[in-house]
Design a protein around this ligand. Structure first.
Ligand code: N2P
Length: 360
């Protein structure tokens, strides 16, 4: 009996081991069509463990601590850059990425700013940071001439005081809000010296009391349900809110506006931690997402543009044809990018951000 027991245990162990290949992916919340997760599992036989976050800072803390257990993570370019320098990622074995030829040159060129030669990363999605509004409520609060396509909507306290009554959310992300506030002031949004950055303090201190919540994912449903009237947030998230409201048939009409003063253009990159438990599986997942039909399915669902040229023929017209997602040349010329602040400035910004949010 004992022998049988051992054999059974061994058999179970082997069966478990054989069927146990897993890939652990850590991505932004509301950032994929979940049917793709099942499709990946069906095609590869690999179990996909998929967790989500809504802040680069949270991801960075895990990566710098090491041993995150993740095989694929999705930092934004400006964070990826300093994480590469910190030795957090491994170079991608491009011979395994057979779908790499589908990449869009325009995007691959831009991401080289963060990852020269794109040795460590592949673009997942890119987008802008701007203004989401509940059209009727904003008009009710500010009248028909409400500056819905201007940074003044959210950075002028006179507007914010009135909007506070219908509810304003802002991203809990200093790397998103500070560049926009600098732009509002006519400063370089990518300023690297703290003296310039600190100029946003009076602006943000003046509007903070009118911000119901600094949060980076709740605004999707809050906008869709009509619980708030403005969100300063990410393009696709606002467009997803628009979709959810339309599906609910609740009469809420949502719009996304790229601020006329200019907006941040960011790139979220698929990368593999140096200590990934299953780097081979990681490459399989990245290659899966580089498949044109899969990339298109993701974009059609999340309303973000992707870095895959070959996917464009599979995109729905309300995605490829929407200038808020695939901006035209004039809009593109008005977008700016960010570089990572140096560690000292970063610490100063973290303190400033905490102070602004706590209203002290
Ligand atoms: C997805 C938000 C991702 C954009 N919900 C932020 N980089």
């Amino acid at each position: 009996m004992k022998t049988t027991g051992m054999t059974l245990a061994t058999a179970l162990f082997l069966a478990g081991a054989a069927g146990a290949e897993e890939v652990h992916v850590y991505n932004w919340s509301d950032y994929i069509d979940e049917s793709l997760l099942k499709k990946f599992e069906d095609e590869t036989g690999i179990k996909l463990v998929y967790d989500v976050f809504d802040s680069n800072e949270i991801l960075e803390t895990k990566l710098l601590a090491g041993g995150s257990g993740y095989d694929v993570v999705v930092p934004t370019g400006s964070f990826l850059q300093r994480q590469i320098q910190a030795g957090v990622f491994q170079k991608l074995d491009k011979s395994k990425l057979t779908n790499l030829g589908n990449e869009w040159e325009m995007v691959a060129e831009r991401t080289q700013k963060y990852d020269p030669g794109n040795e460590y990363s592949v673009n997942y999605m890119w987008g802008t940071t701007g203004i989401g509004i509940n059209v009727a409520k904003v008009k009710e609060a500010l009248g028909d001439d409400a500056p819905v396509d201007s940074l003044a909507l959210v950075f002028d306290p006179k507007n914010m005081e009135k909007l506070a009554k219908c509810g304003v959310h802002m991203l809990d992300a200093p790397t998103e809000i500070i560049p926009a506030a600098l732009k509002y002031l006519g400063e370089n949004p990518d300023a690297q010296d703290y003296e310039t950055i600190a100029k946003v303090e009076p602006v943000l201190t003046a509007i903070a009391p009118f911000v119901q919540k600094f949060h980076s994912s709740e605004y999707i449903n809050a906008l869709a349900n009509g619980d708030i009237c403005v969100a300063f947030g990410w393009s696709g998230d606002v467009l997803m809110a628009r979709d959810r409201a339309a599906e609910a048939g609740n009469g809420v009409v949502i719009e996304y506006h790229i601020p006329k003063e200019g907006a941040l253009m960011w790139f979220d990159q698929l990368a593999v931690p140096v200590d990934a438990p299953n780097p081979e599986g990681a490459l399989k997942f990245i290659n899966f997402m580089l498949d044109p039909q899969n990339a298109a399915a993701a974009s059609n669902y999340v309303y973000y543009a992707n870095g895959n040229k070959a996917s464009q023929e599979f995109l729905n017209e309300d995605v490829i044809g929407d200038k808020a997602i695939y901006p035209d040349d004039a809009t593109m010329a008005n977008l700016y990018t960010m570089s990572p602040w140096d560690p000292k400035v970063n610490r100063q910004v973290t303190r400033l951000w905490t102070k602004i949010k706590s209203g002290t």
